[in-house]
Ligand binder design. Structure first.
Ligand code: NDP
Length: 412
């Protein structure tokens, strides 16, 4: 397979290097991004550390004609979009024009509105079918691996799944007072939005980080976790049979929340332009300039991520609860591919998904697919070999109802 990776950030670095480590599958690897020096650094490391050559180009992926020209020049079988969600539709347009398969790890977001919805990308279904190509949406860890844990459980462990809680813990320490583990702008837009979960056919909104629960994470222990809206809820509601409730939880340390709330209170997370000394600036974009790049956190990062899905449902008429999870160590991923574990867990699934397409397990039917619509079994076998081993644990019960509302939050 020939692959074009767009985006040479924290997660794009992992994708390029993991492709380079699977040279039997990826015959040609081309990395393109807005800032060429970032591609040059990854190219140099691929050569020095893995003894592998990759090609690089400067590309502004917002410009469809530029992406079409690059695709026509290098003729990849697949474009892996590791740039930002703002580029999704422009890159899908370039893939359509050149009849090239597409994959990403985050759904499209308009730059001027923090809306995490699939409808813009699902609207490409007929066009991708007609062109005979596939788009694999949301193939990172969450969304991505978590959706595939649900699909695997639906296929192999349950007759019906009634409740899902996706639990996402980063128990790592990067030694900075405040930093985000992936692109700061995208991360802060996600965390500061209103929360939302789905129950009995309805979406229920909450204040941002209104509900909190202590959750016991494998290999990490109990951590305060907050209910957020996360994009995989939208597709899982449609694709998991018999579902009655689905929620998403993420851990945040008190320091992170304190910084974030101050930044929000003073207007630094605003996504609309404001006039400053006669010049228009978008506060959250300026904040991104000040914050550490997620890729720069990797070097002295210690601790682990522990992410999984708690699912309760029926098997042979009996109620059961299962947790499927992965634990990933920041120091180990730094040693392997010079990346912290959040970038690693984001980058390994798209490489595994690309292997699924190369081997013909996925992509038999053209169209636009969320990962849980594709066969989970070969993916689960491959992703463990690629560096994200997973485990299944039976639990006595699920997480239960929402009980602990933060004292300073009013009901939504
Ligand atoms: P980074 O900010 O580190 O990397 C993004 C890269 O995209 C940067 O190198 C940036 O270039 C490049 N880029 C931005 N705009 C363009 C453009 N117009 N043309 C070409 N390149 C562009 O972010 P991450 O690596 O942390 O995240 C990458 C993606 O992964 C995001 O979409 C994020 O939402 C997603 N993600 C998904 C997760 C999952 O589990 N599903 C988890 C974490 C992230 P420059 O260096 O010039 O700014």
């Amino acid at each position: 397979m020939n692959v074009l990776i767009i985006g040479a950030g924290a997660a794009g670095n992992v994708v390029a290097k993991k492709c380079a480590m699977n040279r039997d599958i990826f015959k040609s690897i081309h990395l393109a991004s807005r800032t060429l020096s970032k591609c040059e650094k990854i190219k140099k490391e691929c050569k020095e550390i893995f003894g592998q050559e990759i090609e690089i180009s400067k590309l502004d992926a917002d410009n469809v004609a530029e992406t079409v020209a690059l695709i026509n020049k290098i003729k990849p079988d697949l474009v892996i979009n590791m740039a930002l969600p703002y580029q999704d539709l422009a890159i899908m347009d370039a893939c359509l024009e050149t009849k090239t398969n597409y994959m990403d790890t985050a759904n499209y977001e308009p730059i001027d509105e923090a809306k995490f919805e699939y409808h813009w990308q699902w609207a490409y279904q007929d066009k991708f079918k007609a062109a005979g190509i596939v788009a694999v949406l949301g193939c990172g860890f969450d969304p991505g691996q978590t959706n595939i844990y649900c699909a695997y459980a639906q296929k192999n462990l349950f007759d019906e799944i009634h409740e899902i809680d996706i639990i996402d813990c980063n128990a790592g320490n990067h030694g900075q007072a405040f930093a985000t583990n992936f692109n700061p702008e995208i991360n802060l837009r996600e965390v500061t939005q209103r929360g939302k979960y789905w129950e009995n056919g309805k979406w229920i909104e909450t204040e941002p980080l209104e509900f909190r629960k202590m959750i016991d994470y494998p290999e990490v222990g109990e951590k305060a976790s907050y209910l957020l809206y996360h994009e995989e809820l939208e597709s899982l509601v449609q694709n998991i049979k018999g579902l009655k409730r689905i929620r998403f939880w993420m851990t945040f340390g008190d320091e992170y929340i304190k910084h974030m709330e101050v930044l929000q209170n003073v207007g630094m997370t605003r996504i609309d332009p404001v006039k400053h000394n006669g010049v228009e600036i978008v506060p959250i974009q300026f904040l991104k300039t000040l914050l550490p790049e997620p890729s720069s956190l990797a070097e002295n990062y210690t601790g682990k991520t522990s992410i999984g899905c708690i699912m309760t449902g029926l098997k042979d008429g009996k109620k059961k609860t299962v947790l499927i999870y992965n634990v990933c160590d920041h120091a180990q991923t730094h040693k392997e591919v010079q990346a912290q574990a959040v970038s690693y867990t984001t980058g390994v699934p798209p490489v595994t998904g690309a292997i699924m397409l190369a081997k013909g397990f996925w992509g038999k039917e053209p169209g636009v697919w969320n990962v849980e619509q594709l066969d989970p079994d070969p993916f689960m076998a491959e992703v463990a070999k690629q560096g994200l081993p997973w485990h299944v644990r039976e639990l006595k019960s699920g997480l239960g109802d929402l009980t602990e509302r933060r004292k300073d939050k009013k009901a939504a």
